[in-house]
Design a protein around this ligand. Structure first.
Ligand SMILES: Nc1ncnc2c1ncn2[C@@H]1O[C@H](COP(=O)(O)OP(=O)(O)OP(=O)(O)O)[C@@H](O)[C@H]1O
Length: 791
């Protein structure tokens, strides 16, 4: 597939000759187009078409197919291609690996060819794929079979500068794209015309019509002309009327070749499930890999963070097979490099998220392992579809926690997926828990990845809609944490009110509610952990500080990865407190303030505050934290009318002058104040005298009572009803002075103790000593003394 231009000076006679040749060629082309058009119109849809040569196809397509070694049609191709050639809208459903890609690519080339589409006609066909990898794959097949056509084709998947893509976009006849990037161009590239579009194709249509892509796809479709051919393909097709209405399909033909089949998955695929409790999963996976070193394996996990952790930890343990990992947060170039490496190898193991679950055609995959249960039966079907493609054999194993078994097996049965239980051989099963624990202990970065993996796994389970399969309270999360080498389950908090119920059912230690403060939780945790310096490092308030180490550790880690590491979602997150004025934070600010996404709000009496992350935004919503940012309040006094005044206010100048000169006022003020002080002194003296007198009288009364032979505690006022002395306990307690006397002589200091320790001790003691100027005399005095000692 290429476009070419020929130019140059020509002689008159030779020019005439060339012109004749050209017009002859044009006539031949027109004739060919007409013949083709007639052949397509007369195509019998009921007749069985076996080979591509039996179809009315153009020369360039036929040659392209032949050169790519495609000879016979698959079932879906022989049903869908004739209909599509006739311009019908199609809903195509067929098992994974059954050749759906050619079912739409051949008609795309052919229909544009018959319409004599040229560069000047603009965009003729748009093919949308849910992932970049799949878009690239479709584009590659298009290039292969369309190599003899003169159409221009492009790939719009992001990863390149918008400008670079923009320049080429206007010249394209066929585009393969992902929804987000396409929409960006439709909105921002003025020269990009789609008014002429003839065909729209959605590969993995059910996924594209899904929630995640809904808005982008709807917006794209809004830009497109209503008069067009639309084709939807998937192994798990959407038939929802609402979806079809969104795409304005016209009387679509439902082509489902395997609908009547006994099973929804390829017959050449053997499928098993293994019941493996969550804490055993990694052991089982490692043992499996160790026993299949000569195989090509894909392992599916539910999040990129898990993929990273398992990849890093398994890599250290060197199982004896090349390991790869792929998830959506890697750089595009790295992703491409990894997929082509995996395609090229004979035996290797790739840990991946669902980014490779759909459509990808890795050659000769032996095993598909689903370490984490897929969200539904459709996702299961797509994942296992990465093996046993186009008549090849393959095997798939699904790991299920005991709590998931019943629900998941039921869902699979309903979807006609034949799966049987199998067991891991005890002899081959090995435990890697202690190795992981050692590794996490020695390598803080790995432990950090483990914590993130744990949280993202718990999150992925929690957000699942199918509660018959996924019930967070039934998983042994604490056990899972130790199985991946963590000293305990990281704390997770649930952020939505409606989900609080679930958290209450979940294991206490692993998941804690919003309402419980960190402090309370610390108090509640029974076993105090031995904390290493690494633990403290991980408990740092802003874990961004680890980004540097992390990026060094993982080759190819990029900004997106790091952003992901910190992106703690709307729903669950590791509980941590971020002080607004911490050093890490100010560092954060520096970066964020220059970033385009930073939102600036005026601070309250301080510097403007930069809201550069959800975390910070949340923080600024906290009343408690905001209180720290506020200026301390000023005291005011209210007058009789309720008007607030400063405590010290400058008097009006005229009022001041009315009361005489400043000097006279000063002298008057001094005189008045002196008189007030004298008066107060007199009162104080009288009060002191009276107190002394009272004391004297009391002492006298006591002495007289003693002389009369009565001890204090025998006095009727002090004894309670039982005749017991309530002060007896108090008396037995040492007095502050006694304590001083009885204190042993200072012991010599040890080499590791310094003076500051002494100071600390004294200051602690000071807090407890009661400073009584007089001897305790009354019951109140003694009670106060006792209370102080007991404290
Ligand atoms: N007519 C054919 N003859 C030989 N091989 C074919 C033919 N059609 C497709 N294939 C091969 O079959 C494999 C699967 O094809 P394809 O990727 O189109 O499957 P699919 O149905 O789209 O699968 P999925 O549902 O997983 O997306 C590819 O390797 C492709 O080259």
């Amino acid at each position: 597939m290429a476009s070419s231009a020929v130019g140059g000076r020509k002689s008159k006679s030779s020019g005439r000759g060339k012109n004749d040749v050209r017009s002859l060629k044009r006539k031949r082309d027109v004739d060919e187009h007409e013949t083709l058009q007639k052949a397509v119109e007369g195509l019998d849809l009921k007749g069985e078409i076996k080979d591509f040569k039996d179809l009315p196809l153009s020369q360039p397509t036929s040659r392209g197919l032949e050169a790519s070694h495609f000879k016979t049609l698959t079932d879906i191709q022989s049903k869908a291609v004739p209909l599509a050639l006739k311009g019908r809208d199609i809903l195509g459903a067929a098992k994974t690996g059954s050749g759906k890609t050619l079912s739409f690519l051949v008609p795309v080339l052919e229909n544009l060819y018959r319409a004599t589409w040229t560069e000047l006609d603009g965009l003729g066909a748009l093919i949308i794929s849910p992932t970049r990898e799949l878009a690239i794959q479709i584009f590659e097949v298009l290039r292969k079979i369309g190599r003899y056509h003169t159409f221009s084709a492009g790939l719009v998947i992001g990863g390149k500068s918008l400008q670079e893509e923009r320049e080429r976009l206007g010249r394209m006849n066929i585009l393969v794209c992902t929804p987000g990037r396409m929409l960006q161009h439709m909105d921002q590239t003025a020269a990009f015309e789609v008014d002429n579009l003839q065909m729209l194709v959605l590969d993995e249509a059910d996924r594209i019509m899904d929630m995640g892509f809904q808005t982008s796809v709807d917006a794209i479709v809004e830009h497109l002309p209503k008069q067009r051919q639309t084709m939807l393909f998937s192994a798990t097709q959407t038939k929802k009327v609402s979806d079809l209405a969104r795409l304005s399909l016209r009387d679509p033909e439902y082509v489902a070749v395997h609908e009547a089949a006994a099973q929804a998955t390829p017959t050449t695929l053997q499928q098993y499930y293994v019941v493996t409790p969550l804490p055993e999963k990694l052991n089982t996976l490692f043992s499996f890999i160790r026993s299949n070193l000569k195989a090509k394996i894909i392992v599916f996990m539910s999040s990129g963070k898990q993929v990273r952790f398992v990849y890093e930890s398994f890599r250290h343990m060197q199982p004896g097979i090349p390991l790869l990992h792929l998830h959506g947060r890697q750089k595009q170039t790295a992703r491409l490099d990894i997929t082509s490496k995996f395609s090229a190898t004979k035996n290797s193991c790739i840990f991946a998220t669902d980014v490779v679950a759909r459509g990808l055609d890795f050659p000769a995959v032996d095993w598909v392992i689903q370490m984490d249960c897929p969200e539904d039966a459709d996702t299961y079907i797509h994942r296992v579809g990465r093996t046993a493609r186009y008549e090849r054999a393959g095997k798939a194993v699904l790991f299920l926690d005991p709590s998931e078994v019943e629900g998941m097996v039921k869902r699979l049965e309903l979807k006609k997926v034949p799966i049987q239980q199998t067991k891991a051989r005890d002899k081959k099963q090995q435990s890697i828990q202690s190795q992981l624990q050692n590794m996490c202990f020695q390598d803080p970065e790995l432990k950090y990845l483990g914590q993130k993996a744990f949280v993202s796994y718990a999150k992925s389970v929690f957000v699942q809609k199918d509660k018959d399969i996924f019930n967070i309270s039934k998983y042994d999360l604490e056990g899972y944490a130790s199985s991946i080498g963590l000293p305990g389950a990281p704390k997770i908090k649930f952020q939505r009110g409606e989900d609080m119920k679930k958290i209450k059912n979940a294991p206490r230690a692993a998941i804690s509610s919003d309402e419980e403060s960190d402090e309370e939780k610390d108090k509640n945790s029974k076993k105090p952990e031995v904390r290493t310096k690494y633990d403290r490092m991980f408990e740092r308030r802003n874990q961004d500080v680890l980004s540097g180490h992390y990026s060094k550790m993982i080759a190819g880690a990029d900004d997106e990865q790091l952003a992901d590491a910190d992106e703690d979602n709307d729903f669950l997150s590791v509980k941590r407190v971020v002080p607004i004025n911490s050093e890490e934070d100010s560092d954060d600010d520096g970066v964020a303030a220059s970033g385009p996404a930073a939102k600036v709000i005026p601070g309250i009496g301080k510097e403007p505050l930069v809201i550069d992350s959800k975390r910070r935004e949340k923080l600024l919503k906290s009343k408690k934290k905001l209180a720290n940012l506020k200026e301390k309040g000023t005291k005011v006094v209210f007058d009789e009318d309720g008007v607030a005044h400063q405590i010290y206010e400058l008097e009006d100048e005229d009022d001041f002058a009315k009361r005489g000169s400043a000097e006279t006022q000063r002298a008057k003020f001094l005189e008045e104040e002196a008189a007030r002080v004298r008066e107060a002194d007199l009162d104080d003296k009288q009060l002191a005298k009276q107190k002394k007198r009272e004391k004297k009288e009391k002492r006298k009364a006591r002495e007289e009572a003693q002389a009369a032979g009565l001890s204090e505690h025998e006095g009727p006022t002090l004894a309670d009803e039982d005749g017991q002395d309530p002060l007896e306990l108090l008396r037995s307690l040492p007095m502050a002075d006694d304590e001083e006397k009885e204190r042993p002589a200072k012991r010599p200091k040890k080499w590791f103790e310094d003076d500051s320790e002494d100071e600390k001790k004294t200051s602690k003691r000071k807090g407890r000593v009661i400073e009584a100027e007089d001897e305790p005399e009354t019951l109140e005095d003694l009670e106060a003394l006792a209370a102080g000692l007991l404290n």
